[in-house]
Design a protein around this ligand. Structure first.
Ligand code: NAD
Length: 498
């Protein structure tokens, strides 16, 4: 895949127009492999948020969109899915250049993204209200599900297109309109997607994208009275701030936040498969995934054997240009994140952890000027150390021993997060018990990092509120209305409740 040469100038997409920020200001987007700017992005502020919300409101309240039938909305979603499938190579390349994700991973992701648009497009005209049984014989009662209104989608830098899709597909299927704010580090692929939204024929104002920083654009969204719901994916600190600010007009809220997920390897596990599963959990996407299996809980009887095999396999990982199909570990996406990961490794050393592998920047010719960190394994970690409690969001695995199943469940759950867990065992009873005992929104047994448009995804505890994907996700974009019809001729005593 080829990099774009020179500087690309992106524009925002508001009310069906490609526009600059009202201030005229822009900021640079950096290619994490070359550490050089490759694009400029409009630096929006609160005035641009107003513009986008007004457009989304118009489209929702009395625009062409609100007049479409649910079946017509479904067709548009499926058309968008087809266009994404057609342009998958191009969208993947844009995201790799902007984000540093591997082309091999991105091509798979963009190839899969249309399924969300097909699935929710199909669901659009199958949202049934119901005739409700009622204990009042003179009444007829039914429920309707109506779109919640204008939805703001705020997304992080680690998987911009996929995480936006998880919001866009159900929101549009439900009949909402959208204001989207991608991360300031990776806005390009979201803006590129808007070309396809335009080509698919969505009426103007239905989908708007404004770009800029969390502190100004993000905050202006969270406090905006014209927005009815926020669908957020990002860190815990921003999530908390958004939840506080969204309470100003009681916006509906779904939050997909961070994790400190455990991979539990029991003595009866198929060790070779478990080794691959743990590698995929922490080194795929350079550990920059919310579901990173960043704590390895391994039974003491197989600790040494497991670690030897793990380090041997992880040591073969090919680092380098994420645009190359054979690269297995790419750069860290942002300079601040690169520095944070290194400082967390230092912190772990200070807490008494030992570096069994990596632990430093990658000094390899194939890594160019990029922000690369060697896949890192820390041993001797205790679960109450900060390295075992704080999300690193990088290629850093903390290894912790356990001696029996109870201890394994206790350690796995002893975190403020609850996003995911991996279980490696050949014992079916243990697999079911672990799935029940683990306080996490996603439990993978003898696999890891699997997602589907058909399966709910989300977290317990500080990992978030609500679920994305699966049929129920659409109800987070709908309000339930209860309708009462009375057919008695006389109005009864008006001074008492009916
Ligand atoms: P972040 O919270 O810094 O930023 C996410 C988005 O929020 C960005 O668009 C940012 O501009 C915006 N933002 C920041 N402060 C804001 C504010 N006060 N008001 C409104 N918007 C604001 O997160 P990040 O560093 O981009 O992403 C990494 C984090 O995302 C990690 O914690 C990771 O675990 C989490 N994440 C979670 C999931 C999930 O599905 N649970 C998936 C991917 C990433």
């Amino acid at each position: 895949m080829a990099r774009h040469q020179g500087i690309r100038q992106f524009r925002c997409f508001i009310d069906g127009e490609w526009v600059e920020a009202l201030s005229g200001e822009t900021f640079e987007s950096i290619d994490p492999f070359t550490a050089k700017a490759w694009a400029t992005i409009p630096k929006c502020d609160a005035r641009d948020v107003d513009r986008a919300v007004e457009a989304a409101r118009r489209a929702f309240d009395d625009g062409e969109w609100s007049k479409l039938t649910a079946t017509q909305r479904g067709h548009l979603l499926r058309r968008l899915g087809d266009l994404i499938a057609r342009d998958a190579d191009h969208l993947a390349a844009v995201e790799v250049q902007d984000n540093g994700k591997l082309i091999a991973e991105m091509r798979g992701q963009v190839g899969y993204i249309p399924q969300w648009f097909y699935y929710f497009g199909g669901l659009a005209d199958k949202i049934e209200g119901g005739v409700q049984p009622i204990d009042k014989p003179e009444m007829f009662t039914y429920t309707r599900h109506e779109p919640v209104g204008v939805v703001a989608a705020i997304t992080p830098w680690n998987s911009p297109l996929l995480l936006l899709t998880w919001k866009m597909a159900p929101a549009l299927a439900a009949g909402c309109t959208m204001v989207i704010k991608p991360s300031e580090f990776t806005s390009a692929s979201t803006l590129e997607l808007m070309r396809l939204v335009e080509e698919a024929g969505f009426p103007k104002g239905v989908v708007n994208v404004i770009t800029g920083f969390g502190a100004d654009v993000g905050e202006a969204i969270s406090t905006h009275p014209g927005i009815d719901k926020i669908a957020f994916t990002g860190g815990e600190v921003s999530g908390r701030r958004i939840a506080q600010q969204a309470s100003s007009n009681f916006k509906r809220l779904t939050l997909e936040l961070g994790g400190k997920s455990a991979q539990l390897v029991f003595p009866d596990a198929n060790i070779d498969n478990a080794v691959k599963g743990v590698v995929s959990g922490i080194f795929a996407a350079t550990g920059q995934t919310c579901i990173a299996g960043s704590r390895l809980l391994v039974h003491e009887s197989i600790h040494d054997q497991f670690l030897d095999k793990f380090v041997a396999l992880a040591g073969t990982a090919r680092m380098g240009d994420p645009m190359e199909w054979t690269t297995q570990v790419g750069p860290v996406t942002t300079r601040p994140q690169y520095e944070r990961i290194l400082s967390m490794i230092d912190m772990a050393r200070g807490e008494g952890a030992e570096v069994a592998m990596g632990g430093k920047p990658a000094d390899r010719p194939e890594c160019g000027d990029g922000w690369f960190i060697e896949p890192t394994v820390l041993t001797g970690v205790k679960n109450d150390m900060r390295i075992a409690q704080e999300e690193v969001f990088g290629p850093v695995l903390s290894v912790i021993r356990f001696s029996d199943d109870e201890e394994a469940y206790h350690l796995a759950n002893d975190t403020r997060y609850g996003l995911a867990a991996g279980v490696w065992t050949s014992d079916i009873a243990r697999a079911f018990t672990a799935a029940r005992r683990l306080r996490a929104g996603n439990v993978w047994t003898n696999t890891y990092r699997a997602v589907s448009f058909m399966m709910p995804f989300g977290g317990f505890k500080n990992s978030g509120i609500g679920r994305e994907s699966g049929q129920d996700a659409i109800y987070d974009y709908l309000e339930t209305k209860s309708v009462w019809l009375a057919f008695n001729k006389d109005v009864p005593n008006p001074f008492v409740m009916r």
